[in-house]
Write a protein that binds this ligand. Structure first.
Ligand code: XMP
Length: 525
């Protein structure tokens, strides 16, 4: 295991992913974790991430006391990246100061010594790397050597081979450092001698074993399927482990996309052979949403209603089985549970953060179900790989994310007004189908239409119209946390807009959303 201590860099999770891509298991925990937590992971190597702090700021995050001694005694390798390097230098008795020149962006560095981390490079070898720092190491702790310098002469890499401590001032994990992966690979395999044995087949076997060891032979498990990748892969995995003692429910809340219920139920039943009960609760949801325009209120109502339906499902099941289901499967992913370290002064502490909207459809408090979260150490793309091994159809695995509150956050204002939902479904289907036909679906993170609660004047068939406006939104993103709007060709947009106005009654204007996240969010509500 390679353990990453997170000091808040925007690239920390990328380090975890890069290392996993080498089939080495890596985990990321808060940089201020206790020594006990760090040692409990029993890592072979520890990477201290970059971060937005200066080692000189009050309360700047750091590793716990006893860390260096533990690493020395246990033969652990330690690599500091950017802020991580500066932490090592400062904590071991060197000096870090505000640099004369700040280094941001692409820079050239030159290998000064081919010792440990650059053991596969020649002295004098140059490489382009990505720097992003203001402070710099001006005096190294005893026993440390400079092994690379930037073109400005600043320290770019240091090491103390004997202590097994290494530091890179640049970010090897980003693609702007083209040889960065090569350096990480060499460091982990040749210097630390970490072995590569982590792959999705192993994860699958391990998870099945954990589920079988956890769930007793008579116990039952329930799972709410949303139709999304995460809950589907989680359910398929649990089904493989315990068979039909898994009971899934799919709720039609009246806020699904065009023919979504039929399409996902067909996949669940015919392709995945999952035991799924479909509950049509559209009237209940829509009744409760009547007249509600506040986005947060909509989410709360939907969350609450979902819980009561889920509760009823569990009680029905209890009557049928003669015993209470004991476990609940959730498709929680690693980014939802990752601990991260917010900047000092933000008022937040380093703690377990979960996006609040991921709790939509959480469990009722009095049900006392224990959780099974088989994907909680995986990133989305890893879940897709796992799904592939489990024969979840590709069309399903590649589906764009869809929010828990469904079309309620895509019809601005009252979702029950007029035939807003119906119009939105038709427009969305035309847009998504056009994207698929143009072969663009897989290059886009998420695409959808939004119904605006306004009317505009148009002229259709020589008649004046006063009809609805719809917006098209398509974004690219790595993880949904930030996003860029997608550039369609004009011809594509022209065709889609024409088709929408010609075939969807009640729409006479189509606009495109050209904002990124931030400042916008992906969804409109
Ligand atoms: P935003 O709109 O916050 O969305 O930029 C980021 C990603 O999260 C999805 N999203 C949700 N997913 N329940 C969910 O399960 C929600 O309430 C919710 N709100 C937004 C959104 O579709 C995007 O992928």
């Amino acid at each position: 295991l390679v353990l990453i201590l997170d000091y808040g860099s925007q690239y920390t999770h990328l380090i975890t992913r890069r290392i996993r891509s080498l089939n080495i298991f890596s985990l990321c925990i808060s940089g201020t974790s206790s020594l006990e937590t760090i040692t409990s992971h029993n890592p072979k190597a520890v990477i201290l991430s970059g971060g937005p702090h200066s080692v000189h700021s009050v309360n700047s995050p750091t590793f716990p006391s006893g860390f260096v001694e533990w690493a020395q005694k246990g033969g652990i390798f330690v690599l500091g990246i950017c802020y991580g390097l500066q932490l090592i230098v400062q904590r071991l008795g060197g000096l870090v100061e505000v640099g004369e020149e700040q280094e941001y962006g692409r820079m050239e560095i030159e290998v000064a010594k081919n010792l440990g981390i650059f053991g596969n490079k020649k002295v004098g070898d140059k490489q382009v790397v990505w720097m992003s720092h203001g402070d710099e190491a001006v005096k190294l702790p005893d026993g440390f050597e400079v092994v690379a310098r930037s073109q400005q002469g600043a320290v770019a890499a240091v090491e103390n081979r004997e202590m097994r401590f290494f530091g890179l001032q640049y970010h090897p994990e980003v693609t702007h450092s083209p040889e960065g992966m090569d350096t990480l690979r060499y460091f982990l395999f040749d210097v630390c001698e970490v072995s590569a044995g982590w792959n999705m087949e192993n994860i699958l076997d391990e998870e099945i074993k954990v589920i079988n060891d956890t769930v007793g032979p008579e116990e039952h498990v329930i799972c709410a399927l949303s139709g999304g990748v995460d809950s589907t892969v989680a359910a398929t995995l649990v089904h493989k482990a315990i068979g039909d003692r898994l009971h899934c429910v799919f709720v039609d809340n009246g806020l699904l996309r065009y023919k979504e219920r039929e399409r996902v139920m067909e996949t669940f039943e015919s392709d995945l052979h999952l035991p799924v009960t479909c509950v049509d609760a559209s009237n209940e949801f829509l009744d409760k949403l009547k007249g509600v325009v506040d986005p947060e209120m909509k989410r709360k109502i939907i969350g609450k209603e979902f819980i009561s339906i889920f509760d009823a499902f569990a009680h029905e099941l209890e009557k049928k089985l003669g015993r209470k289901p004991a476990y609940l499967v959730q498709g929680t992913l690693y980014p939802d549970v990752i601990e991260s370290c917010p900047p000092p002064g933000s008022g937040k502490t380093c703690s377990h953060t979960i996006k609040s909207h991921h709790n939509v459809g959480g469990l009722p408090k009095d049900m006392k179900l224990k959780l099974i979260e088989p994907l909680k150490l995986l990133f989305k793309d890893e879940v897709r790989q796992l799904g592939r091994i489990l024969n979840v159809p590709d069309a399903f695995l590649k589906r764009h994310p869809f929010p828990g509150p469904g079309l309620a956050v895509r019809v601005l204002g009252d979702v029950t007004e007029g035939n807003a939902l119906d119009i939105l479904r038709q427009v969305d289907e035309i847009f998504i189908q056009a994207i698929k036909d143009a072969g663009l679906y897989d290059s886009i993170w998420q695409a959808f239409a939004v119904f605006l609660p306004i009317r505009s004047v148009g002229v259709q068939g020589d008649q004046r119209t006063h009809s609805h406006v719809v917006a098209l939104r398509a974004v690219t993103s790595q993880d949904g946390m930030t996003a860029d709007w997608y550039y369609f060709e004009h011809k594509f947009l022209d065709d889609v807009a024409r088709k929408i106005c010609n075939s969807v009654r009640g729409v006479n204007r189509v606009v495109q959303d050209i904002t990124s996240k931030p400042p916008s969010t992906i969804e409109w509500e």
